[in-house]
Write a protein that binds this ligand. Sequence first.
Ligand code: ZN
Length: 202
Amino acid sequence: MSEQSTGVASLHILKYPHPTLRHVSKPLRRVDAELRSMVRQMIDLMYEQDGVGLAANQVDLPYRLFVMNLQADSGEREEHVLINPVIVRRKGSAEDREGCLSLPGIYAPVIRSETVEVNAFDLSGQELTYQLEGLAARTAQHEIDHLDGVLFIDRLSPASKLAVKEALEELELEFQGGRRRGVIPDDTLISARLAELEAART
Ligand code: ZN
């Protein structure tokens, strides 16, 4: 299928409650020029939106990969592409405030492992091990959650859930408005497009 029909020509960030954010990604098996160009766009979007990480299903792609800026703590840029990431070790626990480019304006504390060891492949097919702590450890866990269709709002305490309820309802209303205007396709079309993209590379 052409780029036009799959709609990967220009990626944009999906907002809650878009159904692709609940898509559980299958491992990526094929990296080609088009995929590299999509990853490049993801990195550009991440920096444009001042994000520290971005998962493929946040830009309507069913692939098990995310991009992250490992220098986010220092304000420098150092982007990494993590394909088929797996957390192989966790240690400790830490609570900190999180936000998400798919949930603009919403921030709440989330408990995560303090340090994680993550195995992943890069775009050249090389397997790498990342020892992550601080913001990088938190970001990797947040992004891997995305690939399993999990959002940080799923991990909130009952009190925090209550605190963000109104903001979530506003995003839900915006989404319904987008559906009514025909800007957001119906669930059947979204699933068909994801299935087509999956068939090409997973
Ligand atoms: Zn996110």
